[in-house]
Write a protein that binds this ligand. Structure first.
Ligand code: NAD
Length: 345
């Protein structure tokens, strides 16, 4: 993978080094395309490639069977060949959709991820999970399909709207809490730089998170065990997103509230100290992430949590921190305690 501030100018070269010959097929969304499509087209052409660009509407709605069909139809019409790379240029929506298209078209063509949101750079573009939503549920259709190249230029984060930028930090706080105390301290100490989207901090943090996720995924590519720790804050977060029909909270915001719920459970269960939970809470708040969701229907969330992929034999398995930088999976958390945590948060 390539992670470098200002590296977009070398995209054509990197594509050629990873096997691209002439034609490359770029998928982006309307918002990212409006900002970058012209420049990307020009620099790929200057680099000796023949770029073709397809734009889907911005937003989660594009992770649909309809869009999947449209992108595939475009590749068929363009006579894209089996060795022509398909490039996902955008956030997690474009990455998931395009990844699944690349996994399916001609039973698999080379995939390149060029993530442009913080969430996609530190999380969704890494690990090979691709897919789309079914009208009855999120991410129900998809495939594990690894990109041949992950190309990250954190400069693209400078155009990200404020809320989308902050949301991405939730996953970074998550990495800190579950497995990297040093990263957590670095965030605490360098908040002003984080606010101003400093090149040095962003590049360092993105590279570090990518390495963390790759290490975890390498040990557990298909989500059987170790990879579960990446779901810290997600058990509650996914349920909150589902019960509010994905309209109220962005994913990272729901995860941030979910980390607060999990932190409360960890403290009440005697696993984590109040002081450590307070550090997590303080950092999330300082970043501008929500840590409470008053007025939500706790019982509906409990029901939604039963659909979580970590439920096994009817028991929800919780990823809980034991200290900043360390976490474990627990399946003996009484539902009464979960109910209490949701009520408090
Ligand atoms: P997104 O792709 O919808 O991007 C958010 C918004 O920012 C969009 O409107 C997009 O057009 C805009 N945008 C993207 N890059 C920009 C830039 N550089 N400048 C200006 N605007 C920009 O959302 P996301 O948060 O990146 O991803 C969310 C999706 O990721 C969800 O569908 C989720 O299920 C998925 N996801 C997948 C994985 C995985 O492992 N595959 C992990 C986590 C999340």
């Amino acid at each position: 993978q390539i992670i470098e501030w200002g590296s977009l100018g070398q995209l054509a070269e990197a594509l050629q080094a990873s096997g691209a010959r002439k034609r490359v097929f770029v998928v982006t969304d309307s918002a990212v395309g409006a900002l970058y499509a012209g420049a990307i087209h020009a620099l790929l052409e200057q680099g000796g490639l023949e770029p073709h660009i397809f734009t889907v509407p911005a937003g989660e709605g594009s992770k649909s069977l309809r869009c999947f069909e449209l992108v595939l139809g475009w590749l068929v019409e363009q006579h894209a060949e089996r060795t022509d790379p398909v490039i996902a240029f955008g956030g997690g929506v474009v990455g998931d959709l395009t990844g699944f298209v690349a996994a399916s078209y001609r039973r698999g063509v080379p995939l390149v991820q060029v993530p442009t949101t913080l969430l996609a750079q530190v999380d969704s573009a890494i690990g090979g999970k691709t897919g789309i939503n079914h009208p009855l549920g999120k991410n129900l259709i998809g495939a594990f399909y690894q990109p041949g190249l992950i190309f990250v230029d954190p400069v693209t984060l400078l155009t990200l709207p404020e809320r989308a930028y902050r949301e991405g930090w939730a996953e970074i706080v998550k990495y800190g809490v579950i497995m990297d105390a040093e990263l957590f301290t670095m965030l605490e100490e360098r908040l002003p730089e984080l606010e101003r989207r400093g090149a040095d901090l962003l590049t360092q943090v993105v590279a570090r998170c990518i390495r963390l996720k790759m290490d975890v995924v390498q040990g557990d590519e298909r989500d059987g065990g170790l990879r579960n720790i990446l779901n810290y804050g997600h058990t509650f977060g996914h349920a909150l997103e589902a019960t509010t029909e994905y309209g109220t909270w962005l994913h990272g915001e729901a995860v941030s509230i979910g980390m607060e719920v999990a932190g409360y459970i960890a403290v009440a269960h005697g696993l984590l100290s109040q002081a450590e939970l307070a550090r997590q809470r303080k950092l999330s708040q300082a970043i501008g992430l929500p840590i409470a969701c008053p007025g939500v229907d706790g019982e509906a969330i409990l029901v939604a949590m039963q659909h979580d992929k970590k439920v096994q034999d009817g028991r929800t398995r919780w990823i809980l921190p034991t200290r900043i930088g360390h976490s474990q999976m627990y399946s003996d958390i009484p539902v009464e305690l979960v109910r209490e945590a949701i009520a408090v948060v």
